[in-house]
Design a protein around this ligand. Structure first.
Ligand code: HEM
Length: 399
């Protein structure tokens, strides 16, 4: 990430830059970019595509996420104010959004997550056992992407043999750089393939319902009307987006963190009760998600004079690494008592899958360190992170 911290150009009196969040960079460069921008700016304007505002004040970011009356979810992509697709519930506003959240509540409750613990643990152990005797691994390709994707595929009742196809789609939809996909056509092609896939899965369940989320959602109704085929489809697309990439990315950061902080790794191995705090701290410090909203009225937020219809980017990293909110904010502190963070967002769209995500992360860290307690970065790696959602592009460990 190389946005300069000084700009000669301004837009409505606010510094303006050619800032593209899709640009990949060296490990942690995005998070550090936000630290610099937050320290030196009171908001800025990106001139990329039709342009958008970027808020760099921690509390203002959280306020905007909570203020759904001003900041709508009808677009959640800063580069695309008028998307031709719908993700449910992410791209709905209250009151309809609230009705969906109520319907989805039981499948994503703390109790449902807890009930799946044994199965989730078994999946993690199976994959780790395959690796433990090997002495090294491409951890993203062989563990952090496969394990959570399998968990969400089970939740949706999707066949496990489709795992590799899914991993390919996740890459095309979420990780391509501007150079790799300048006009977004590769991303659109992958979205079309995922759509066609879910179409088949929905049709199969209409003929023969099963014990899975898609089948259950078919029986739901809102205001007396059964969920439409299109809405069911939009729900599947969002769960694909939300559930398949975030945990892999966070697990990648976890292994990177403990490989580069051996003293903390030894601490969690000696005292696994620290793993819960470690997971929260890694979520906070590495903060991979950057939400965006569309303003539905003229307003001011974090120094940005926003007009109705304009997009606003709300980097969670800024709130989560805010020196006014945390002591030593950039450090993972295994003994921190204030572990409250916004890595799962804030307000009505706060992550629905947070209980499941926390379970997956805790279980993976526990089981991995029981079997592979001592590891390091394999030498000669040029570690890079993706844009959009910040995750490592690859990570090779040795033990
Ligand atoms: C470490 C893992 C995860 C992180 C960091 C994360 C982060 C987030 C964030 C920041 C949001 C809010 C986006 C916004 O405000 O625009 C969100 C929403 C959401 N997440 Fe997660 N997520 C994770 C895992 C999951 C999982 C495993 C699932 C489901 C299987 C999931 C399902 C959802 C859904 C359905 C929403 C939309 C909620 C709504 O619009 O009401 N997430 N997530």
């Amino acid at each position: 990430m190389s946005t300069p911290v000084d700009s000669d150009s301004t837009y409505e009196g606010v510094p303006a830059y050619d800032f593209d969040n899709r640009t990949p960079g060296p490990v942690l460069s995005h998070q550090q970019h936000w630290d610099r921008m937050a320290a030196s700016h009171n908001g800025f304007r990106s001139t990329v595509a039709s342009g958008f505002w970027v808020v760099t004040d921690g509390p203002a970011i959280q306020r905007a996420l909570q203020d759904w009356r001003t900041f709508s979810n009808t677009s959640v992509t800063a580069l695309n104010p008028d998307p031709q697709f719908l993700w449910i519930p992410e791209m709905l506003d209250p009151p309809v959004h609230t009705k969906w959240r109520r319907l989805l509540g039981a499948d994503f409750s703390p109790k449902t997550a807890a009930n799946s613990e044994a199965e989730v643990r078994e999946l993690a152990i199976e994959l780790i056992d395959e690796l433990s005797g090997r002495g090294s691994a491409d951890v993203l390709g062989e563990f952090t992407r496969r394990f959570p994707t399998k968990v969400v595929m089970r939740l949706l009742g999707l066949p496990e043999q489709d795992l590799d196809t899914f991993l390919g789609w996740v890459h095309e939809i979420l990780h391509l750089t501007h150079e790799q996909d300048p006009d977004g056509s590769r991303q659109l092609a992958a979205i079309a393939e995922v759509s066609a896939y879910f179409e088949e899965q929905i049709t199969a369940r209409r003929e023969q319902p099963r014990d899975d989320l898609i089948s259950r959602a078919m029986t739901w109704s809102i205001d007396g009307e059964q969920i439409s085929h299109g809405d069911l489809h939009a729900l599947c697309l969002l769960l694909f987006q939300a559930g398949f990439d975030t945990v892999p990315i966070t697990l990648g950061w976890t292994f990177y963190h403990f490989a580069t902080h051996p003293e903390q790794r030894r601490e969690i191995v000696a005292d696994p009760s620290l793993i819960g705090t470690a997971v929260e701290e890694i979520l906070r410090v590495y903060s991979p998600v950057i939400p965006a909203r569309k303003a539905v009225r003229d307003t001011e937020v974090g120094g940005c004079p926003v007009k109705s219809g304009e997009m606003v980017m709300l980097p969670l990293s800024v709130t989560n690494r805010d020196p006014e909110r945390y002591e030593n904010p950039l450090e993972v502190d295994l003994h921190r008592t204030n572990t409250d963070h916004v890595a799962f967002g804030s307000g009505p769209h706060r992550c629905l899958g947070s209980h499941l995500a926390r379970l997956e992360l805790n279980v993976a860290v526990q089981e991995w360190h029981k079997r592979i307690p001592d590891y390091r970065l394999a030498p000669g790696q040029d570690l890079q992170e993706t844009g959009n959602m910040y995750g490592l592009t690859s990570l090779r460990l040795e033990w």
